[in-house]
Design a protein around this ligand. Structure first.
Ligand code: SAH
Ligand code: SF4
Ligand code: F3S
Length: 480
């Protein structure tokens, strides 16, 4: 491939992204200059979001900025004047899906001359991805990363008025930008970022490179956001961070941890508080104590374990042992009776032996997980594990995943079965996608429930008696 001169663009760099130099985080306030407020008039936008809830929350900000600029949302991709793919880099298949989608979008450009296609999110934080976009997808007009969403108005203006493509990705450690308008996806439950970035550097994971250093939002900003949501009628908030238990560790002027935040939010009149993701090493006794107070803190915890083998955990740089993990699970079960615990597991990590894998299966049974996201290890360029020797054939890894999923699914069913005959509180989110005659929502333990009910119940918490448990959902009848 011919070498291109990228010097005129702001390109990402994984080496720089690894650095953690500035302890201090700048906090800016978003403002929108007058000149941008009419750019979106009579124009429509369409955003496709991949990846984690962090990306969903970012898409809500992107939509908020676009609407402040006068753009309107459209559900028809053909109608869009701005089409953005907010991407995920966590595994190779996530990236392949995005490239596949981009291939399909090419035709739209022929039909609609005013269309701008943009790629943002975690994938552009990788230099190789930006080069591929530049060289193989000449119809992508706009590329930006996770650190500069707030500059979207400028990028759109440049894309309309300059002949060149707009490519700007920062690898810096990251700032915090407050007061970005948000167009929220749901009216009942909301995502609230409490921190950004990750400093854990698990050896398989690309997130610390794509999202920058760990940085916490100020408590007063989070609390006032939750209060606003309460005023708007929201019933549930999910606090977001790659490692919420590290919240506050970066404050240089105050002592305020995740447990403090949770305790403060526990006093607010919002029905439900959830949070994700927790890191087993950083989940501390104080947090478990605050969780034991119950109230609006929901009895469900997603606590990714990744593997049941200490050798593998060490090579993953997870910084806890299987025994320490099991101990925390025990504490949680004592402190919050009936708590539902779910997890993430990677199979086929480089060097994982059959014995290591058996230990993972044992752990799943021991902890009685009520759900798990399971993945085959995917080497991410630039991460240490992508250079580890890996002699296990893919066929074997697939077999392991299959065996694991069988046990995980038993856990799902068992976790649901314990509610058969019980009356549970369901926060009604809407109509079921599969059957519009059914309403759907979640219980405090995060179990999906389908039941017959009137549309006016959407947004309310109702009592439902569970008739039958299935692997993926519960079915019941409303009792009040
Ligand atoms: N911060 C969260 C979530 C990270 S991404 C945490 O620490 O758990 C979600 C999950 O994707 C991870 O928990 C892990 O199980 C999986 N994952 C991350 N990188 C991966 C990789 N390279 N290959 C396969 N699975 C991966
Ligand atoms: Fe990735 Fe580990 Fe950070 Fe989670 S804690 S985002 S798995 S590096
Ligand atoms: Fe994917 Fe980025 Fe989230 S890599 S999982 S979208 S932080």
């Amino acid at each position: 491939m011919e070498t291109k001169d990228y010097s005129k663009y702001f390109m990402p760099n994984m080496q720089d992204a690894r650095k953690r130099i500035n302890r201090y985080t700048n906090v800016y306030k978003f403002t929108l200059d007058e000149e941008y407020k009419k750019l979106g008039q009579n124009r429509f936008y369409y955003i496709k979001t991949y990846g984690c809830q962090g990306n969903n929350a970012d898409s809500e900000k992107i939509a908020g900025i676009l609407e402040a600029m006068g753009y309107q949302e459209t559900a028809e991709i053909e109608k869009a004047n701005v089409l953005l793919l907010n991407t995920c880099a966590i595994r190779e298949n996530a990236e392949m899906r995005v490239f596949g989608e981009l291939g399909r979008l090419k035709g739209l450009k022929v039909k609609n001359k005013d269309l701008l296609i943009g790629v943002c999110g975690c994938m552009p934080q990788e230099e190789n991805v930006v080069k591929t976009l530049y060289e193989k997808f000449p119809y992508v007009d706009l590329v930006f990363g996770t650190h500069n969403i707030h500059k979207l108005p400028q990028y759109l203006r440049d894309a309309y008025f300059s002949q060149d493509r707009v490519i700007e990705v920062y690898s810096q450690e990251g700032d915090i930008v407050e007061e970005i308008p948000m167009k929220r996806e749901h009216q009942v439950k909301a995502w609230v970022n409490i921190m950004y970035g990750c400093d854990e550097f698990c050896t398989y994971c690309i997130v610390p490179y794509t999202r920058g250093k760990e940085r916490s939002r100020r408590p007063e900003d989070i609390i006032s956001e939750v209060k606003e949501l309460i005023d708007l009628g929201y019933q549930e908030v999910t606090l977001l961070g790659q490692n919420v238990n590290a919240y506050g560790k970066d404050f240089v002027d105050i002592e305020y941890t995740f447990a403090d935040l949770l305790a403060d939010l526990n006093k607010l009149p919002i029905s439900r508080i959830r949070f994700t993701t927790s890191h087993p090493r950083d989940l501390d006794d104080r947090t478990i104590e605050v969780m034991s107070r119950g109230g609006n803190i929901m009895p469900h915890l997603h606590l990714p374990v990744q593997s049941g083998s200490n050798t593998v955990l060490k090579r993953m740089n997870r910084k806890y042992t299987k025994e320490e993990y099991v101990e925390k699970v025990k504490k949680l079960k004592q402190a919050v009776p009936g708590i539902s615990i779910t997890t993430d597991i990677i199979v086929g990590f480089p060097g994982e032996t059959n014995e290591d894998f058996e230990k993972t299966l044992e752990l799943v049974k021991e902890c009685e997980f009520e759900g798990a996201f399971t993945f085959i290890f995917s080497p991410r360029e630039g991460t240490p594990a992508s250079r580890y020797e890996d002699s296990t054939p893919m066929e074997e890894k697939k077999k392991r995943l299959y065996r694991l999923n069988e046990i995980v699914n038993e856990g799902y069913l068992k976790g649901n079965k314990r509610f058969e005959g019980e009356v549970v509180e369901v926060l009604v989110e809407g109509k079921s996608d599969k059957n519009p005659n059914l309403l759907t929502g979640y219980t405090p333990h995060n179990k999906l429930v389908n039941f017959i009910g009137d549309e006016f119940l959407i947004g309310k918490i109702v009592k439902v008696k569970i008739d039958k448990a299935f692997t993926w959902h519960l079915r019941g009848k409303i009792v009040s």
